[in-house]
Design a protein around this ligand. Structure first.
Ligand code: ACO
Length: 402
């Protein structure tokens, strides 16, 4: 075991590790990842087993509390989440102020941040009961906040949550039903969404999770911490890549489908173009999430008899890139974001909502890490050091002399 006490006393030497490529910032028991062998396990359970056998709420419980729930624990947990699915009517009125074309990730982070103004009774990170109720509120309300942002963009009335439906079914109902028409959620979509949320649920110290931990390390409340995580996830190099992938595939299609041209472009460092959905900081073999998603994507399109040209372009692109020396040498494989957008498209989810779905999936992971940090007796405020490269001491020059 690492002697944290002894390490803490070691100050004075600063190591530079830009992008934290080799810096372990925490000790964690949430997720195990072996990038060389393409292994991902939540609390010791392979994601393949969880995706095949669990529902998302069950996996959320596992990540947050460390154990798979018993039937009784699961029923109780679901009940606690269902109690909080509605949004406060005043919180709902925030949507009137956002422009109709506002990006839903901006709405998501703003409304989650605003939750700390409505739920002042649960902001203390050191009060376990307050933390518990905040966790239930977040898990319950994020799908509602997300679906309302879509309805806002469509100019349609909000659809209130249905607490008799499952987590995924309820979300799809809030997204797609309209008051004057019958709507039945397609079970195939529910299954696909459940799998997607599970494989996105945690990924150890990624950019957004580290952000949640960083903000939380200052004892900031959980709503503020999660809101910051949402902002980090939005970036195209992180969760925003799923939106960027579909935009890229559409561009390739509109440009005549010349996949080789885009592979060549990605190899040219001067133009700044990268193949979105390729490469990962940790996976240097394959991304096990991408494998699950591709298989599901294949099945879903076949079952629904959808002939999506973007799926064909994606498959071509993968084949060309995986045989190309540039990508092979750098171990650049399709990542979790490469095929997820094709599934979302098949479900009728608009492209700007893709990263929002990632956020709904990642929420239990963020919560698990925030909670693990708060409960750890050794955690302390995150405060990286630097190696200063600026000017040495300079004589002050008054304004009239500059
Ligand atoms: N297309 C072309 N070249 C790439 C790509 C890509 N998608 N990704 C990495 N490279 C190249 C880099 O130019 C670099 O080449 P060099 O060694 O000749 O300089 C080498 O591969 C290593 O890349 P880095 O940027 O140093 O790797 P890093 O670990 O910092 O970045 C990242 C990882 C951000 C995922 C990167 O691969 C990337 O930008 N991918 C595209 C965006 C993407 O799909 N993001 C989603 C990641 S998964 C997630 O967060 C959910």
């Amino acid at each position: 075991a690492i002697d944290i006490g002894a390490l803490r006393k070691q100050t004075g030497m600063v190591t530079i590790d830009e992008g934290y490529v080799n810096t372990g910032a925490v000790q964690s028991s949430v997720t195990f990842l072996n990038g060389e062998e393409g292994v991902l396990r939540y609390r010791g359970y392979p994601i393949e087993d969880l995706a095949a056998n669990c529902d998302f709420v069950e996996v959320a419980y596992l990540l947050i509390y460390g154990e798979l729930p018993s039937e009784e624990e699961l029923v109780k947990f679901r009940g606690k989440i269902r109690r909080h699915t509605m949004l406060h009517e005043d919180l709902k009125s925030f949507y009137d102020g956002f422009p109709r074309d506002a990006h839903p990730m901006a709405i998501l982070s703003s409304v989650v941040s605003a939750m700390s103004t409505f739920y002042q009774d649960s902001l203390d990170p050191h009060d376990p009961e307050q933390v518990e109720v905040s966790i239930h509120r977040l898990l319950a309300k994020l799908p509602t906040i997300a679906a309302f942002s879509h309805k806002k963009s469509m100019g349609q009335p909000f659809i209130y949550p249905n607490n008799n439906a499952s987590y995924c079914e309820n979300f799809l109902q809030m997204m797609f039903s309209v008051p004057c028409e019958d709507y039945e959620v397609d079970k195939t979509f529910v299954e696909a969404l459940n799998m997607l949320l599970i494989v996105h649920a945690d990924h150890e110290q990624n950019c957004s999770t580290s952000t949640v931990r960083m903000v939380g390390s200052a004892d900031s409340n959980i709503f503020a911490s999660i809101s910051a995580g949402i902002c980090a996830l939005w970036g195209p190099l992180h969760g925003g890549a799923n939106e960027a992938v579909v935009n890229m595939l559409t561009q390739i299609q509109n440009d005549g489908g010349d996949v080789d041209k885009y592979v060549d472009m990605a190899k040219d460092k001067d133009n700044g173009f990268r193949l979105m959905g390729f490469g990962h900081r940790v996976y240097k073999n394959f991304d096990p999430r991408a494998t699950l998603i591709k298989t599901s994507c294949d099945k879903l399109l076949e079952k629904l008899d959808i002939d999506d040209p973007l799926f064909e372009i994606a498959q071509k692109l993968e084949k060309v890139a995986l045989e190309d020396e540039y990508f092979v040498k750098r171990k650049l494989y399709p990542n979790v974001d490469f095929y997820s957008g094709v599934i979302y498209r098949a479900m009728g989810i608009p492209v700007e909502m893709f990263t929002v779905l990632f956020a709904i999936g990642r929420l239990p992971g963020w919560i698990a890490h925030w909670r693990e940090m708060q409960l750890s007796p050794t955690s302390r405020i995150c405060r990286p050091r630097q190696v200063y490269q600026g000017s040495t001491k300079r004589e002050f020059v008054p304004l009239d002399k500059r």
